[in-house]
Ligand binder design. Structure first.
Ligand SMILES: Nc1ncnc2c1ncn2[C@@H]1O[C@H](COP(=O)(O)OP(=O)(O)OP(=O)(O)O)[C@@H](O)[C@H]1O
Length: 832
């Protein structure tokens, strides 16, 4: 039986308003934590180490059996508690909130074999929380009496950091899975996820059972049917609220997390180990998210794993949250139990901010994924096979847009709000999204890539719609001319007004999907690069290089370069590859660059502030390998600007940038055909032997050490030290995890062309700064635009046309396609 004696006595857990049943809340709401202990299984030794008392869990301290650790939660369920007990007492009241237009999330956390899947999914004899929730929705008196709700569900898994749709047969899955996106209102969604409408519980059961068979499970030493993925089922109800005269939506997310595994005990093989690695990594990130929320960190690492990205709204977001902590009894699991309970205790302080969700006032077009309203959209209940069910849609799950604006404009409802093509008004731009603190300064400056993607997509759609209208207008005009019976008869007016198409043209849709895929394919779009192992990075790089070489052989230099650059993102420290890219760019862009450059701009000497971040290996490693003493990473740069603060991740991404900048800065001669490798690229910074000897040995942990003065450093840049233009001004050494890392600012005094005339003088191979890129784009010189990315004339003309007819924003889509940096896109957007 559950240890919680009386739900009516349950303490208030919310800091917001509390409704009559004490669990339905809006406003700030603490995430509820429940603990469930499973019974011993037949083959297990019954050496229990857990005691439950009311809402408290106690485990004996193994180091000192006289002591016990005590953990208090919102409710505890012992081995005798039934699925029904758990549902009725704690989950049902949470589910009730969705009738108020709120989102609720319930997820199970625990070690492998602790009973998570049993709790969430259950079996035929003991249905779990998913079937019980859906059955409850269909039997709820509100649903029965009013008959106004539409119900639909989605189900997907995150397997080895890829999202797979469980409502689609496994053999239809693409190997890379589906992308996760965040809209301008910070709602997370998965484009093209299947959403199945359901009209009855039995219809759901059939579809759910088929979907469960698609889930990745395998037998391990600790669990015969172990889930190898995190599974997320979302049930959504939509209805029309006559009082607010708005369509409302409530959702419940039921999540079965995969269990952490101690691989010394699982004796997993290669495949299982890979799965286990992905599971443990995502759970580690979950721990970091909770830690960051608790410490009020500025950056919450939601993006570091797909699972935390999905849970973003449930951990510190706008959903009501409940975590069920599953623990297995027995000494065997002592350490896991201890860790799980500590994690759960930390999570107790997380506060969410629940919001009522309104959806667009009229039903959305099916392809954009709103849940169908009305009977016509409901499934027949007879056929649930993939692809044949009319109730089943491949959709973009519509993000909630609760703004009064959207509700008031029925026209927008036809189109996915992200694709609506409306420009952001000035006030929208400068306002932070609702419910978020928002960055300081104009909101636009603090936007994330996804916001730009949303604007980008809407822009693409707007342009395509405009083109479609023009084309259709021309076609109608032609037809009208053709059909005119007699010369001199009344013809239709020269300009035919074509109504705006109600639904987006399929070609636009296709293009958007391509854009989506392209963005998802960018290696670090979701912070993936940081999570990859060195071997995977190497393999990816190899694959890109191979394909690049093939393209180069076939004469597709432009595409080859894209592939080489993509490869370089995986292995930024591979000098040979970078040099090869430079060389290829020089060859490819020499004509345009040298022609454009020979005009000769104003040459001026200007200091270039460069910031390095580099790492020194620990002393013993340096002794064994003298090369390890050399610094490795270099990073970002800015012309005539204060040094830019650099994060470790940015540093990794931009490691080759400094070399490129120096190469560019030191080559004012634009006529250099540049086939030879450039010495200045092999730029390294070293400390002197005396400094290395005097440097304190790095400590494994503890506060950063302030180093002795490190200012006399030498830079091996090919110049004798007295004439070197690179001077190190400042050094700041910190020590962490056995390695020394240093941030140093240097001033490089060199001859470089002044912006904007720099654009005319720098050779084609140089990597342009943002302002240079912008100047070139706005200047509209075709040759310069061609040289920018090594693109052809036609493409350059297109870009120029976009930039000039639509303003810089007009060219965004094109610019994104040819691989301009996010920061340039941001600048363009600001300029718009
Ligand atoms: N409350 C319970 N009552 C009876 N049996 C249970 C209970 N909880 C779990 N079990 C049984 O324990 C075993 C392991 O449970 P389950 O597969 O749900 O673990 P899990 O936490 O999902 O593991 P994994 O993370 O590896 O998927 C199953 O045989 C399940 O039937």
């Amino acid at each position: 039986m559950p240890s919680e004696p009386n739900p009516k006595k349950r303490p208030r857990t919310s800091t917001g308003s509390v409704d009559e049943d004490s669990t339905s809340t809006t406003g700030s709401t603490r995430i509820r934590i429940l603990c469930r202990v499973r019974p011993f299984l037949k083959h297990e030794t019954t050496d229990d180490c857990i005691t439950l008392e009311d809402r408290t869990v106690r485990i004996v301290n193994q180091r000192n059996p006289a002591e016990a650790f005590r953990y208090e939660f919102d409710a505890c369920y012992d081995a005798q508690a039934s699925q029904s007990d758990l549902f009725q007492r704690d989950v049902r009241p949470l589910v009730d909130n969705i009738f108020k237009g709120l989102d609720a999330t319930m997820f199970c956390y625990g070690v492998t074999g602790a009973g998570k899947t049993h709790t969430v999914q259950g079996d035929a004899q003991n249905p779990g929380l998913i079937p019980r929730t859906v059955e409850y929705l269909f039997t709820n008196k509100r649903m029965r009496n009013k008959l106004k709700y539409s119900v639909a569900f989605t189900y997907f898994e995150i397997y080895k950091e890829s999202v797979f749709d469980l409502l689609v047969p496994r053999d239809h899955h693409s190997s890379s899975g589906l992308p996760i996106r965040e809209d301008a209102h910070h709602n997370i969604f998965i484009p093209n996820l299947t959403e199945q409408s359901i009209a009855s519980y039995s219809e759901f059961q059939r579809a759910f059972q088929a979907a469960c068979r698609n889930r990745s499970t395998a037998s391990t030493k600790l669990n015969v049917a172990s889930s190898r993925s995190h599974a997320v089922l979302t049930v959504q109800i939509t209805w029309h609220d006559t009082v607010r005269n708005a369509d409302l939506r409530g959702r419940v997310h039921l999540i079965d997390l995969a269990g952490s595994e101690d691989n010394r005990r699982t004796e997993n093989g290669k495949d299982r180990m890979a799965e286990s690695g992905a599971i443990n990594k995502s759970l580690f990130v979950l721990g970091q998210v909770v830690e960051a929320l608790n410490t009020g960190a500025q950056r919450i690492p939601y993006r570091d794993s797909k699972m935390t990205r999905i849970l973003q709204q449930s951990l510190g977001g706008r959903s009501l949250g409940m975590m069920i902590v599953n623990v297995a009894p027995g000494q065997k699991f002592y350490l896991e139990t201890y860790n799980t309970l500590n994690f759960a205790t930390k999570s107790k302080t997380i506060v969410n901010n629940a919001r009522v969700h309104a959806v667009a006032a009229t039903p959305m077009e099916p392809q954009y994924g709103a849940v169908g309203l009305g009977k016509a959209r409901r499934g027949s209940g007879a056929d649930v096979a993939a692809g044949s069910d009319p109730a089943r849609k491949r959709v973009k799950v519509a993000p909630p847009h609760a703004t009064a604006d959207n509700r008031a404009r029925p026209g927008l409802a036809k189109v996915h709000p992200r694709l609506s093509g409306s420009r952001l008004s000035d006030s929208q731009r400068s306002q932070p999204p609702p419910g978020r603190g928002g960055p300081t300064g104009p909101y636009l400056m603090g936007r994330k890539l996804e916001d730009f993607e949303a604007v980008l997509e809407s822009k693409v759609e707007r342009i395509m719609e405009k083109k479609a209208r023009e084309l259709k207008g021309q076609t109608l005009q032609l037809q009208a001319n053709h059909n005119a019976p007699l010369a001199g008869a009344i013809r239709p007016p020269a300009t035919t007004t074509v109504p705006i198409p109600a639904a987006i043209d399929p070609s636009v849709q296709e293009r958007l999907v391509r854009l989506e895929m392209r963005l998802a394919a960018q290696p670090n779009a979701e912070g993936i690069l940081d999570l990859l192992s060195p071997t995977t990075k190497h393999k990816n790089a190899q694959a890109y290089v191979k394909r690049g070489k093939l393209l180069e052989k076939q004469g597709h230099i432009e595409e080859a370069l894209i592939h080489f650059e993509r490869a370089a993102e995986f292995v930024p420290d591979r000098d040979t590859l970078l040099k090869y890219i430079q060389k290829l760019k020089r060859k490819h862009g020499a004509g345009a660059g040298s022609k454009g450059g020979s005009g000769g701009g104003n040459q001026s000497t200007m200091p270039t502030a460069v910031m390095f971040k580099f790492t020194c290996a620990p002393p013993d490693a340096r002794e064994n390998n003298p090369r390890a003493a050399n610094t490795t990473a270099t990073t970002t740069t800015a012309t005539n600007m204060a040094p830019v603060k650099v994060t470790a991740r940015r540093a990794r991404q931009n490691a080759p940038l400094l070399q490129r900048l120096l190469a560019a800065a030191e080559e004012p001669d634009a006529n250099d055909s540049g086939d030879d490798d450039d010495d200045s690229e092999s730029f390294t910074v070293t400390t002197t032997a005396a400094q290395r000897a005097s440097r304190p040995a790095p400590r494994r942990s503890g506060p950063p050490i302030i180093p002795p003065d490190l200012s006399p450093m030498s830079i091996d840049d090919g110049y004798p030290s007295s004439t070197s233009p690179h001077q190190i001004n400042l050094a700041n050494l910190t020590c962490s995890r056995g390695s020394l890392s240093m941030t140093a600012t240097t001033t490089t005094t060199t001859t470089a062309a002044a912006v904007p005339t720099a654009c005319a003088t720098l050779p084609a191979k140089a990597r342009r700064t943002e302002s240079e890129v912008l100047t070139i784009l706005n200047g509209g010189d075709l040759r310069m635009i061609m040289a920018l990315k090594g693109i052809g004339k036609k493409r350059a003309e297109q870009i120029r046309e976009f930039v000039h007819t639509e303003g810089p924003l007009g060219g965004l889509a094109e610019l994104a396609f040819i691989g301009f940096k996010e920061s340039v896109l941001k600048k363009l957007l600001e300029a718009d």
